[in-house]
Design a protein around this ligand. Structure first.
Ligand SMILES: [Zn+2]
Ligand SMILES: [Zn+2]
Length: 284
């Protein structure tokens, strides 16, 4: 199982040269399963380049899209995802009901006048909307040889963390892009730790570390964790590897390089994620 990073910038895309090493596109992660399964988690602006990659794979024509939530930095790349305009593609867009919102209601609103000239009904791909059952998954949803689990996270209007397992290879990945660990209650924490631990300690944890501990007091309640929270959670859940994501749009490459060193020094199995990374999940 492979993870490709289309975008890992939080809140807003950035395009100036001093942001290009870690990348300016907002959240979009592609999971490639060994049997040809393709799962796109979120459709921030990083979804557009991932769509080009997917469309280059002539033998693949079905895609599962999982949405963590609908803040603009996680959906604004959807209208630019070329696959939705192509009759070759079958696309399932899925998410549990969160904050009262259903994926089948929200996405058509995004692709609607006056926000975008084309409507969902005009798209040439076959699109199916699926509301995943339960705020926290009871049983995994199968997709080819992959198993998908999820749980709710503390974030304004709620957010969803996904866990993707590939039992044949033993690889697993948890993606938790937007969550505020500092404000999460015991139940929310227990659900998330369980997602990271079961059915086995996760191979790769991708977690929101938008802030540093010394900045957090000023931004408490804004919905994001600190990179130190990420390390605490990774250690507590016995995750094998941690990549910190949702980089603040104010952080230049220079500051992120320095932060990367600090993160790695704090826990040798941790680093900051970078746009364009391709990671073989489960391999060190
Ligand atoms: Zn976000
Ligand atoms: Zn958000």
């Amino acid at each position: 199982m492979k993870l490709i990073v289309g975008g890992c910038r939080g809140t807003s895309p950035v395009a100036q040269p001093e942001f290009m090493k870690y990348g300016g596109e907002t959240t979009a992660f592609l999971i490639e399963g060994a049997r040809g399964e393709r799962v796109l988690v979120d459709a921030g602006t990083g979804a557009r380049p991932l769509g080009l990659r997917l469309d280059g794979e002539r033998e693949i024509s079905s895609l599962l899209m999982l949405f963590t939530h609908y803040h603009l930095d996680h959906v604004s790349g959807l209208p630019s995802l070329g696959l939705i305009y192509s009759p070759r593609w079958n696309i399932e867009m899925a998410s549990p009901k969160r904050g009262g919102h259903l994926v089948g209601d929200v996405i058509p609103r995004l692709m609607h006048r006056p926000f975008w000239p084309l409507q969902v009904e005009d798209l040439k791909s076959r699109i199916q909307f699926t509301t995943l059952r339960g705020s926290n998954s009871v049983a995994p949803r199968n997709f080819g040889g992959l198993q998908i689990r999820w749980c709710g996270l503390h974030h304004p209007d709620g957010s969803t963390a996904y866990r993707i397992d590939e039992p044949a290879s033993g690889a697993s990945c948890v993606i938790a892009t937007d969550m505020e660990w500092g404000e999460s209650n015991e139940e929310e924490r227990a659900h998330f730790l369980r997602l990271c631990r079961e059915p086995s300690p996760v191979s790769l944890l991708l977690m929101d570390g938008h802030y540093c501990d010394n900045e957090y007091a000023e931004f408490k309640g804004w919905g994001h964790s600190t990179w130190q929270d990420c390390i605490r959670v990774a250690q507590e859940s016995c995750a094998k590897k941690l990549l910190v994501t949702h980089h603040a749009p104010s952080r230049s490459d220079e500051s992120l390089v320095a932060l990367d060193v600090e993160v790695h020094r704090a826990w040798p199995w941790a680093a900051l994620v970078r746009e364009g990374m391709e990671i073989k999940v489960g391999e060190s």
